[in-house]
Design a protein around this ligand. Structure first.
Ligand SMILES: [Zn+2]
Length: 166
């Protein structure tokens, strides 16, 4: 398997690195090595089919059509493989992405608050809430001001614990 650093950097972008972050500096090659090893390890968590797809698509640069012809799988099936493999890799690599770049990795896309355009305001609301009261007034305010359908305090508790400040 070729260990091209560019390939691995693309990986990180795809796996949740914030493209708005400044480019990596002199520690870059050190990080490249860490990422490379982590990706190698993460690939082992995939099924053989998923890993083969990822290797062909990301490392060998083959197109869906080429992979389809080489493996006899339909494009539709390849798309499903790709989705599953990416999801699993993102999960496997989330701690690394968090550690290296301080972004939420796999957790952000699933969190309704993190996805919201009003995240900053909501974070502020959460930070300044009355900690002796229940979450209910906060939930109500978020619903009324930002139209966010939060159904359980666990959403906000999880967001506060794992996402705020990341
Ligand atoms: Zn969140």
């Amino acid at each position: 398997m070729p260990s091209n650093r560019i390939v691995y950097q693309n990986w990180i972008v795809e796996l949740g690195r914030d493209p708005a972050l400044p480019p990596v500096d002199e520690g870059e090659s050190e990080r490249g090595k860490i990422v490379e090893e982590a990706v190698e390890t993460a690939l082992k968590a995939l099924s053989d089919n998923e890993r083969e797809f990822i290797q062909r698509f990301h490392y060998m640069g083959q197109t869906y059509r080429e992979i389809s012809e080489a493996t006899g799988r339909t494009i539709h099936r390849l798309e499903a493989l790709h989705r599953r493999a990416t999801k699993r890799l993102r999960k496997e690599l989330a701690p690394l992405v968090r550690g290296l770049y301080g972004v939420a990795g796999d957790s952000a896309p699933d969190c309704i608050v993190c996805r919201s355009d009003h995240r900053r305001e909501i974070d502020r609301l959460i930070a300044h809430r009355n900690k002796t009261a229940t979450w209910r007034p906060v939930i109500r305010e978020i619903r009324e001001r930002f139209g966010l359908r939060i159904t359980t305090p666990q959403t906000l508790i999880g967001h506060e614990k794992y996402h705020i400040g990341r």
